[in-house]
Design a protein around this ligand. Structure first.
Ligand code: LMR
Length: 344
């Protein structure tokens, strides 16, 4: 009888202990939840260019608007110049959720499997920013961004940079001048084919490696916008620039889809509004920034800048035109047709 009583009391005490532990655990969980509720939502935003470019400043504007309007509930940590991730690494990091937001060039989504973005790389597809905006700021742009979602990525916006020019350590006046040169390109099969139409040797490499590659002769030439060349000081190791404006370079602002979809319903609209305002600011700024940076290169005393005559531009157009045929099997034909129609 005594043993039974002892067992009953012990069981009761264990029960009480378990309950209090549980309650305590509950309190711990509640405390954790409360602590978490008080912690800011952190958006790590990584990109590969200087903070002193339209893209870099656009990222900082987005940060400012978000942190002000969410009253600190969301914190945006901007990592420029490949500080956190460089090309090739960054999209994988986004998919894993190690970083929440990126602003990669449209030329860098092909390796992921989203070939639609490489249509933007087609030479002389666009002649000016208003033609670009007909696509990127309209339904076709949204249709292209939606192709990212099966990869766990949500496309938020298109940001401009500008039109690419060639650079090298000798003047490139006619297409024949670039023949046999090792030209750095972004990771795009369309850019690869474009260089082959010029009988040049395409060398795909990360943006962060380009300066040293030019300095050491790993590559001879580049195709960049003036902003990229100026902000990365490529003109220090490239004596001649030729204003071919042969291709558009723009960006997609992308987030980890799971992260984005999981944002509180009172927070996401604030971020969407901040993204809209940042997009407008970047797309109103980048054209002039490229004009200003080309002037800075021309007056740097380190490089010459050659503006081509219309008949010279026609030679580059003709030389690169076979890129369309060479990429037919890779690019969605209906999209290329659609883009050509929209830019008219
Ligand atoms: C490049 O790699 O040339 C560009 O994509 C870099 C950039 O983000 O402007």
């Amino acid at each position: 009888m005594k043993l039974k009583k002892t067992i009953a009391i012990t069981m009761m005490m264990l029960g009480v202990f378990a309950l209090s532990a549980c309650g305590g655990k509950k309190q711990d969980t509640a405390a954790n939840t409360q602590a978490k509720a008080n912690e800011p939502i952190v958006i790590k935003l990584s990109h590969v260019v200087s903070a002193e470019t339209s893209k870099g400043r656009g990222a900082e504007l987005f940060k400012k608007l978000v942190e002000e309007r969410t009253k600190g509930k969301v914190q945006v940590q901007v990592y420029p110049n490949s500080q956190l991730y460089k090309d090739k690494e960054e999209l994988e990091a986004l998919q894993m959720g190690s970083v929440q937001m990126l602003i990669p060039s449209l030329s860098k989504f092909g390796p992921l499997g989203v070939k639609e973005f490489e249509t933007f790389d087609l030479p002389y597809l666009f002649s000016n920013f208003s033609q670009v905006h007909k696509v990127t700021q309209g339904a076709t742009g949204q249709q292209i961004l939606s192709k990212l979602e099966p990869y766990g990525i949500k496309g938020l916006a298109f940001w401009d940079n500008g039109f690419k020019v060639f650079s090298a350590n000798k003047p490139l006046i006619t297409p024949n001048d670039i023949k046999g040169m090792k030209v750095r390109i972004q990771s795009s099969k369309v850019l690869e084919e474009q260089m082959k139409t010029l009988n040049a040797l395409p060398q795909s490499m990360a943006f962060s490696e380009v300066y040293q590659a030019l300095q050491t002769g790993v590559v001879d030439a580049t195709e960049q916008t003036p902003t990229q060349s100026f902000s990365q000081r490529f003109y220090e190791v490239q004596k001649h620039y030729t204003v071919t404006n042969h291709g558009y370079l723009g960006y997609a602002v992308v987030v980890n889809k799971k992260f984005w979809d999981g944002l509180p319903s009172d927070i996401r609209p604030i971020l969407e509004e901040a993204m809209k305002e940042s997009t407008t600011w970047v797309n109103q700024t980048s054209e002039q920034e490229n004009i200003d940076d080309l002037k800075k290169i021309a007056t740097s005393g380190k490089s010459t800048v050659t503006e081509l005559k219309p008949e010279e531009i026609e030679l580059w157009k003709k030389a690169t035109a076979p890129t369309y045929e060479a990429t037919k099997s890779r690019l969605p034909a209906d999209l290329v047709t659609q883009l050509k129609k929209e830019v008219q």
